[in-house]
Design a protein around this ligand. Structure first.
Ligand code: MN
Ligand code: MN
Length: 456
């Protein structure tokens, strides 16, 4: 009878002690990656360093290629493709791992700086789907680039070093929040109330009667980066949680961090391709930008940058893009919502993903009647299913919450548009899109094993 029925087990019951230790060690390096790569630009920089250390060479259009070659294509400092050329004819298709390296955050507006009652602030515009009230009264750091009038690019990172100051968004004290607490949750903190507190002391210049806190801030920024107020107009600066990744739980079985979505799939996919040697099929790892705002822009996966890259290697290796894409398979590597026992009402337990039950295979995303989903074919899921079982990868199915309650999407739909077989595969996350999200270490490791098996 036990062969007829099935219940998804906890990973710890499926692996030995040695593998558990290996999983936890794997996650120590993942935590370092999280702390170093808090924006898509930083993630690309770290990825290039890791790729070059592993012998990957920069891609150029039309470069000669042969089996075993390792290349990377860096797109506008915000997305990147790594590839290892396989021994099989390219017409048999490529194997793609596609994750995203952007995460929800607060971007500075183009004219951000102002002062009110001797407190200086930056105005922000949030990026991605956030609960705005979660971003107040916590330490925030500032990351990004500023282009000066002479074209010089300055990289900014304030708030990550232990000696750095942090930025902060105030909230109202409960004593005076009677009216605020009557607002509905999306309005509890409004978009225009997400103002970053950045200073409180004016310039002390005896000759200048109108000394401003704002000027003091500009002086500090000018000394450190050469920035003037005009330069904010050609800047991309983002505030993100200043907290570092930490073990969560007395048993250290979980990780709390900013931006697990989707750096947990980016890191696991990246590790898998960096370690790949002489695959049969050409393998790609795509780390894309802009997923959190709809995969738009020329660094997001709705653009043609990945298709053009595949077209170029197809032609170099004697085939056509349409032939290669039509024979290609992809794991859209993104997170799913883990069942949260504190909020059982939004989940349908029989079809939810759970922490510690392994990498999640999500057949479809979308909303209402699966709208916006690419809905993977049973034929392809069966193939992935058998591959995972054959490689002792503990996996589960998942669906993003109850039918009719909400929904979501990933890059899968855009990759399916290229006539590639694609299914969502990734890590279950608690508190997804919160400033500090939680994943289970054993799931992270199983996701890495799944990606390794897929491209090997
Ligand atoms: Mn995601
Ligand atoms: Mn997301």
């Amino acid at each position: 009878m036990s062969e007829l029925t099935y219940k998804q087990p906890h990973i710890a019951t499926q692996i030995d002690k040695a593998e558990q230790v290996a999983a936890f060690q794997f996650c120590d390096a993942y935590k370092d990656f999280l702390d170093k790569a808090k924006t898509e630009r930083e993630a690309v920089q770290v990825t290039v360093q890791m790729a070059e250390a592993a012998g990957f060479k920069p891609f150029t259009w039309g470069m000669p290629l042969q089996a075993g070659d390792k290349i990377y294509y860096q797109n506008r400092n915000k997305s990147i493709i790594l590839a290892v050329i396989g021994s099989a004819p390219i017409s048999e298709g490529v194997r793609i791992l596609a994750a995203h390296i952007d995460a929800c955050r607060l971007d500075l507006k183009q004219n951000p700086l102002y002062e009110k009652e001797e407190l200086a602030y930056f105005k922000t515009h949030y990026y991605g789907g956030i609960k705005k009230y979660q971003w107040v009264s916590m330490p925030l750091s500032l990351h990004g680039v500023v282009f000066l009038a002479d074209g010089t690019k300055k990289e900014v990172c304030i708030g990550e070093d232990d000696n750095d100051p942090v930025l902060y968004i105030t909230d109202l004290l409960p004593h005076l929040a009677q009216d605020q607490m009557k607002r509905s949750a999306p309005e509890l903190i409004k978009g225009e109330e997400l103002n970053l507190l950045i200073g409180s002391v004016p310039v002390t210049d005896e000759t200048d009667a109108k000394c401003l806190v704002k000027e003091q801030i500009l002086q500090i920024l000018n000394e450190k980066y050469g920035i003037t107020e005009k330069d904010f107009r050609s800047a991309e600066l983002s505030a993100v949680p200043a907290m570092k990744a930490k073990d969560v739980g007395l048993d250290r079985s979980l990780i709390g961090a900013y931006g697990h979505d989707d750096r947990v799939c980016s890191y696991t996919a990246l590790k898998a391709i960096l370690e790949l040697e002489n695959p049969t099929h050409t393998a790609l790892c795509v780390l894309a930008d802009k997923e959190e705002i709809g995969s738009c822009g020329n660094t997001g996966l709705e653009s043609t940058f990945m298709a053009y890259f595949i077209e170029d290697i197809a032609e170099t290796l004697g085939s056509k893009a349409r032939v290669v894409l039509s024979a290609s398979k992809c794991l859209s590597a993104d997170v799913n919502s883990a069942y949260d026992p504190t909020f059982p009402d939004v989940f349908e337990a029989q079809n939810s993903s759970f922490c510690n039950r392994g990498v999640v295979v999500t057949k479809f995303t979308g909303a209402r009647g699966k709208s916006g989903s690419s809905d993977a074919h049973a034929e392809f899921i069966a193939e992935v299913h058998h591959l995972l079982d054959a490689n002792n990868v503990v996996w589960q199915t998942g669906e993003l919450g109850r039918v009719d309650l909400g929904g979501g999407g990933t890059v899968a739909a855009y990759i399916a548009n290229l006539n590639v077989d694609v299914v969502d595969v990734g890590v279950p996350v608690l508190s997804m899109h919160a400033p500090y999200e939680v994943v289970a270490k054993l799931d992270v490791y199983m996701t890495y094993k799944a990606f390794e098996a897929f491209i090997k």
